[in-house]
Design a binder for this molecule. Sequence first.
Ligand code: TXA
Ligand code: MG
Length: 334
Amino acid sequence: MTEQVILDAAATLAAGGLVAFPTETVYGLGADAENPAAVASIYAAKGRPNDHPVIVHVAPGADLDYWVSDIPAEARQLVAAFWPGPLTLILKRHAHIPDAVSGGQDTVGLRCPSHPVAMALLSAFKGGKGGVAAPSANKFGNVSPTTAQHVRDEFGPDAGIAVLDGGSSQVGIESTILDLSRLATHGPVLLRPGHISAAQIAAVIGAMPVAPDASAPRASGTLESHYAPKAPVALVATAQLDALLNALAGKGRRVALIHYSPLLTRACATHVLPEDPAGYAHGIYAALRAMDRTQAELILVEAPPQDDNWLGVNDRLRRAAHGSAGIVERFLQA
Ligand code: TXA
Ligand code: MG
């Protein structure tokens, strides 16, 4: 990608336009975080409720004090350890941050992505002093995009959204979100698990992040049903897969299978993912999209192990399958 392409994209943002850009987690749909009309056009393009807050992406070395009103030492430690990288921090915001970004809450979500194209764009935009509000570049509730083609598939050519192509996103699932805005009363709260684990965070700040309670802030990425393809998704234990695939085939069902164990091939379409959490995370969204394109009536996913290393992957798979509870039983009865 040439420097001119980056400068043009930065100019589009400065003029209030939308730019889809790669990050190391997933592709984002960006707008100037300080331009409420531009941020509103993200919500319109995504079909997303406009009371949901959106992450502000900043350039390496950005001035946190510009965005955040009181910065706990823990935030500075985590920034030093993990930025640029896939960690979003929720912090108390300054009053000048538009409501369109914060969803009307008194906090702002900040993240400095490590993808070279994202860093170049953020450094070019307003001389590295701006913020780019960017949710994942997909329609609300859909699987997040991990390639430029996924973004084009989501919005189509008529949406007029410029897409910077930075190849396939390395991490593959969205950033870890840590709420530090209520440290004194709630401690550090893990709103969304991701590539940077709770244990890695604890090693830096000396306190283990806790799960959100009912008072935690709203986050669309934490809705029970999210990240879902159009076909229903069911998670199945390895030991049950063989028998289930046979039974569904016996009913004439078109089933696609995403698996990591070898020799499971009795489906109309299959997609194999690596049996390590990082490799699996990198490929899972592309796999869900590919299986959705096969016209399968059902996507079976071999359930990954339940240990902590798989927390981010299992969180996204559970949400992808949430709306499909009971589907396998219905298919077997029909
Ligand atoms: O990896 C990522 O985080 C990607 C890339 C593009 O950076 N972005 C992403 O954005 O996943 P989105 O909007 O799809 O998910 C961001 C989540 C949402 O659940 C949103 O509600 C939450 O972050 N969030 C943003 N600001 C927040 C705030 N101030 N308080 C609580 N949650 C917030
Ligand atoms: Mg999203």
